[in-house]
Design a protein around this ligand. Structure first.
Ligand SMILES: Cc1cc2nc3c(=O)[nH]c(=O)nc-3n(C[C@H](O)[C@H](O)[C@H](O)COP(=O)(O)OP(=O)(O)OC[C@H]3O[C@@H](n4cnc5c(N)ncnc54)[C@H](O)[C@@H]3O)c2cc1C
Ligand code: FES
Length: 260
């Protein structure tokens, strides 16, 4: 499967070669394809009889998506087995942009299934010589995602849970101060993915600390390619085309500021 083929606006069937149960609600589906794609980009996933929906790339090679079972489509996807097919088109949108230079400290902050694209980003950033640390947040210990995968990459990992059943009790933002005081030093960039409220809170801390923040925004998507307007946010920005990753840099008049 080549990138050009996957850029066709026709979903391509890809066979599931592995399914990993990551936690109580998330499964990673590893597919028999690869893409030339950036962390933070997404694919539109389709099954016969369903409208297609966006999923962040959990990895480009092999192509993988991590899916939380929350509603009709995601629960149906969770019912699939190795050998079944998922129809995908992509890669779509803009991913994270690794500004700065090798040696810089990159802080990743993820909540819920938003952690999945950050593991792929950590791998790419480490390969380019960045120093990486991560804050993984969840409601309860059993909802934490990919903590051991980050540890396996050798990334300094901070864990928060709202009920205190693992790591620091509180929200991901409560771990930012300890992460800033950690041995990796002050981050040159924060990349974050998760629920909207969490993104706003992280962007506010970044603004207060004068650290650039890139957020992966979520919006209702239909076409995924800038045609239908259903994912419009802020002053006419399309999440599928201009995002889903938007910069939030207090030093710039970034267009994404209107999104936040
Ligand atoms: C750019 C982008 C990337 C995305 N990446 C991923 C990804 O990597 N993994 C992933 O699982 N999903 C991802 N999503 C969300 C995904 O596209 C679907 O919205 C999600 O799978 C729910 O679809 P559904 O049809 O199963 O349920 P829906 O019918 O859409 O939702 C069913 C119910 O669940 C609620 N709900 C929806 N999402 C959540 C949630 N996360 N937590 C709790 N309740 C929820 C809804 O409010 C609704 O009440 C992404 C969305 C966008 C825009
Ligand atoms: S999903 Fe149609 S314009 Fe973005």
């Amino acid at each position: 499967m080549t990138n050009d083929e996957m850029k066709l606006n026709t979903p391509q069937p890809l066979k599931i070669v592995e399914i990993r149960q990551e936690n109580a609600t998330n499964k990673t589906f590893v597919l028999d394809g690869a893409l030339d794609a950036q962390p933070g980009q997404f694919v539109m996933a389709w099954l016969p009889g369903w409208p297609d929906k966006p999923f962040s790339l959990a990895h480009a090679n092999p192509l993988s998506v991590t899916i939380a079972a929350v509603g009709p489509l995601s629960q149906t996807l969770h019912g699939l087995a190795v050998g079944d097919s998922i129809w995908l088109r992509g890669p779509l949108g803009h991913g994270y942009r690794l500004t700065g230079q090798p040696g810089d400290h990159l802080l990743l902050i993820g909540g819920g299934y938003g952690v999945a694209p950050l593991r792929y980003l950590a791998e790419v950033a480490l390969a380019r010589g960045y120093r990486v640390s991560v804050i993984v947040g969840a409601r309860r210990a059993q909802d934490l995602l990919l903590v051991s995968a980050f540890e396996a990459l050798g990334v300094a990992t901070w864990v928060t849970t709202e009920d205190g059943s693992a790591g620091l009790k509180g929200l991901v933002t409560d771990a930012i101060a300890p992460a800033l005081a950690g041995s990796a030093g002050r981050p040159a960039l924060i990349c974050t993915c998760g629920p909207t409220g969490m993104l706003r809170a992280v962007a506010a801390v970044g603004a207060a600390e004068n650290i650039p923040v890139q957020v992966s925004w979520e919006a209702h998507m239909r076409c995924g390619i800038g045609l239908c307007g259903s994912c419009e946010v802020g002053a006419g920005w399309l999440t599928c085309l201009d995002g889903p990753v938007f910069p939030f840099d207090p030093e710039q008049v970034a267009p994404a500021a209107s999104v936040i």
